[in-house]
Write a protein that binds this ligand. Structure first.
Ligand code: ZN
Length: 318
């Protein structure tokens, strides 16, 4: 049993218009649409998964796109930014690409790394961090972003909190160590190489409480290899947090708990993964629903809004 969380498994956020969400993450950021499924707790709505070519844990950004969802209000007790890694030397490419797509961004240095900060169409705060010691992913096959510039999974996330102490203590229980500080930003990371290793806590005691809505991160999930290691984490965390029972999410199994600052955490298994119900060539192309909803497939298909996946790769025309 490892005594440390390796890094993020996925980040789940709320969106409004499904087609706009799909177009932004595939056509602008060049991620692969890894899975088109439904919100298991609200089966008339989608759950979208974007990631690298095969949906490797640590590369997966997921959305609940609720048509017409109201925007959230940023504030304390939530993830204030979600950051992807981009390869060294790709900042100019990404600046040009963001501009070409009509996006405004800011550029700054943080812990000596280039950061481009911008928002998605729902106002979700995103960052691209130029990463020199990157854990490399597999570039999506359907993307016009050249593989050498492609997003390489998550860099990490930033939490905006009212105070540091208790949240930091829980991260220590999870094997994350404090590795740096810049102003009111404290950085935590586990040892080893993995996607999404970096967790920054920014403290602002006077920030208003966040209100969840479109553009808000719903929760972040850390990864664990299998059910046995997940059960061990459940035990370790038991004295420190109110941890749920195991939930079957088809592509992984999950436990959830709220950290002291208010952010919802999940620990998700790497298994069984996104190739369990469709071949790698056609990931995301058809609506996949869990077995227990199959008898309701026609109603579900009628309830979700139709979407079109545009595959923009040179590979498509081969
Ligand atoms: Zn999740």
């Amino acid at each position: 049993m490892t005594t440390s969380i390796a890094g993020l498994h996925h980040v789940t956020a709320i969106a409004s218009d499904p087609q706009r969400n799909l177009d932004f993450y595939t056509n602008v950021l060049g991620l692969r649409f890894v899975k088109r499924t439904i919100n298991f707790d609200d089966p008339g709505t989608y759950h979208f998964y974007f990631g690298d070519d095969t949906g490797t844990p640590g590369t997966i950004l997921t959305f609940f796109p609720w048509p017409g969802a109201r925007r959230g209000r940023p504030g304390a007790g939530e993830i204030s930014a979600t950051a992807f890694s981009i390869p060294a030397g790709s900042v100019e490419f990404w600046k040009a690409r963001l501009r070409a797509n009509g996006l405004t961004f800011t550029q700054h240095l943080r812990f000596n790394a280039n950061v481009l900060a911008f928002q998605d169409p729902d106002g979700m705060s995103l960052e691209l961090v130029e990463h020199t010691q990157m854990h490399a992913g597999t570039a999506p096959r359907y993307s016009d972003v050249p593989a050498e510039y492609a997003i390489q999974g998550f860099f990490g996330v930033t939490l905006l909190l009212h105070s540091l102490e208790h949240s930091a203590a829980l991260l220590e229980v999870m094997g994350m160590k404090q590795i740096g500080q810049e102003g009111n930003r404290t950085r935590f990371a586990p040892e080893g190489e993995a996607f999404g290793r970096f967790l920054d806590i920014v403290v602002d005691a006077r920030a208003p409480h966040a209100a969840s809505g479109a553009g808000s991160v719903h929760h972040i999930a850390f990864r664990t290899p299998d059910d046995a290691s997940q059960a061990a984490w459940r035990k370790i965390l038991g004295p420190h947090a109110n941890v749920t029972t195991v939930q079957d999410r088809t592509y992984f199994r999950s436990i959830y708990f709220r950290e002291p600052g208010g952010v919802l955490y999940e620990i998700a298994t790497d298994i069984p993964g996104f190739l369990i119900d469709e071949p790698v060539e056609s990931l995301g192309e058809a609506l996949r629903i869990p077995e227990w909803y199959e008898p309701r497939r026609r109603d579900i298909e009628a309830a979700v809004v139709p979407i079109t996946l545009h595959k923009t790769a040179p590979e498509v025309t081969k």
